[in-house]
Design a protein around this ligand. Sequence first.
Ligand code: SF4
Length: 344
Amino acid sequence: MNPFLFTRVTTPQAAIAAMAKESGTYFLAGGTNLIDLMKRGVIIPERLIDINKLPLATIEKTATGLRIGAMAKNSTVAEHALVKNHFPLLSMALNAGASAQLRNMATVGGNMMQRTRCSYFYDPSMPCNKRSPVQAGGAAARVDKGQPNGPTGCGALGGYNRMHAIFGASSKCIAVHPSDMCIALAALDATVNVSGPKGNRTIPFRDFHRLPGDTPQKDNTLLPGELILSVDLPTNGFADHSHYLKVRDRASYAFALVSVGVGVQLRRNTIEDIRLAMGGVAHKPWRLTGAEDFLRGKPATEANFKQAAQLAMTGAKGYGENDFKLALAPNAIVEALRTATQTA
Ligand code: SF4
């Protein structure tokens, strides 16, 4: 039993002020990942700030598109008429994630903050640089005050890495970002509105999550004490031709081996505009901008899809057990493009 303080807040200002009080403090939203991490001893908080009463669950039209509050439940967003009709890629990605029960609890902000499912990260007896980062002096840094975080190193690099990254990894960490929702948000060019001790700011979604580099303990670019308020989606022309393809080991309640989010704006059979992002392949949602540039203005043909998929694989690298993703990923891109351009 690890005792911790528990505070419930009702305004964003109170949440930010409470977060600033001491280290080892976490916001508690749906708790679908945080509670697991606490049970396994990966996170041992000093204090939890319950933000479930914050008035941040609204889904509303804006002058430029749609704003989704950070506390909106995943299931509510997935089934909302404005999302289903105008941003079906987001609805599909959300419904591909977790289970119905989890989607009823999980929030948009919490989904963005969820940690990798690398099995070494979840076992404090195993080496993991994300859970136990190395300090400048060489000793293991403690993520939380008083936390026995286990050995440093990357167990997955020479170990079990079937689920791991093929893009953007480092010698310190090859973990992948686990969210389906975030793949859609990356493809849809979302922006994230946050508030913190230094005021409000907006972060482009492509810059919200980060690659591991030498600091794999940092999943995102939030500053200390910042709270996610909402996500904005710009209006687009992809509603008729969107698809989220998730390849996984079982049909439900499994993380992606590889996933592809596609939105296409078609005029007759010509691709006027397109967004492509992949999941299960990198430490962050992986936008395929080279493939997008190649396809823009071209006919929606199998040959072009295959060439775009090969372009998208530039720089891909396997680590042994995940080498199969080098073939699976381009096939998934072609299949997702084929399906998206056939839907209407
Ligand atoms: Fe830890 Fe990352 Fe290595 Fe997994 S891949 S063991 S999360 S450092």
